[in-house]
Design a protein around this ligand. Structure first.
Ligand SMILES: [Zn+2]
Length: 197
């Protein structure tokens, strides 16, 4: 295993455990990927537990997304590939069923990023992408277009959230910001409805 691949696996293990400990990854849901310097990609295999990642849990893809090893990539691989194709600075992508983000997405609500400075400056507009089956190429193309137009994250209607970052830590921070904003939005909506009663 190359030093670069070993380093990325170490970062994926760290981020996978941190997101699991925050309740952002649960069970086998979600997926992570990262781009190597030569353009190849490392992505979690279908059905892996993100707190228990090792080399076997990951699949190496070429720059176009074709597997270079036996096995099945995450069903959401097209969403990851679309982000990498959209911008050269995309170094990592994370998709999760983060509870607060997913609650908003289940209710077809957008994430209000204007509420805090981290939201306004760190994220900007977070689009709500229409509902789609896992691996749907149209949904991937839509997300790719949003990334090309400057989106750093999106809610997936009735499904979850996806973010990209310059590297895994950057994507992790963005995902955590999305989840904390969604949590804040949820609390504000509950309290507002209580106060207005
Ligand atoms: Zn999902």
């Amino acid at each position: 295993m190359s030093d670069e691949i070993a380093a990325i696996i170490g970062e994926m293990q760290l981020v996978g455990r941190l997101l699991h400990s925050r309740g952002i990854f649960a069970g086998r849901a979600g997926n992570l990927s990262a781009r190597l310097a030569d353009g190849r990609l490392l992505i979690t295999r279908s059905g892996t537990h993100k707190a228990l990642l090792d080399r076997e849990a990951l699949l190496l893809l070429d720059a176009q997304g074709a597997p270079l090893e036996a096995g099945k990539p995450s069903s959401e691989a097209p969403l990851h590939l679309a982000a990498y194709a959209a911008r050269p600075e995309v170094g990592a992508v994370i998709h999760a069923h983060a509870p607060a983000c997913t609650t908003l997405a289940m209710l077809h609500q957008s994430l209000d990023t204007a509420a805090t400075e981290e939201g306004r400056i760190g994220l900007g507009r977070v689009p709500l992408l229409p509902p789609a089956e896992a691996g749907d190429p149209e949904a991937a193309a839509r997300w790719g277009m949003e990334v090309a137009n400057g989106a750093k994250a999106a809610l997936l209607d009735a499904h979850g959230v996806i973010v990209w970052g310059r590297d895994l830590r950057d994507a992790f921070a963005r995902l955590e910001t999305c989840e904390s904003l969604a949590d804040l939005q949820w609390r504000m909506a509950v309290l507002r409805s209580t106060l207005e009663r």
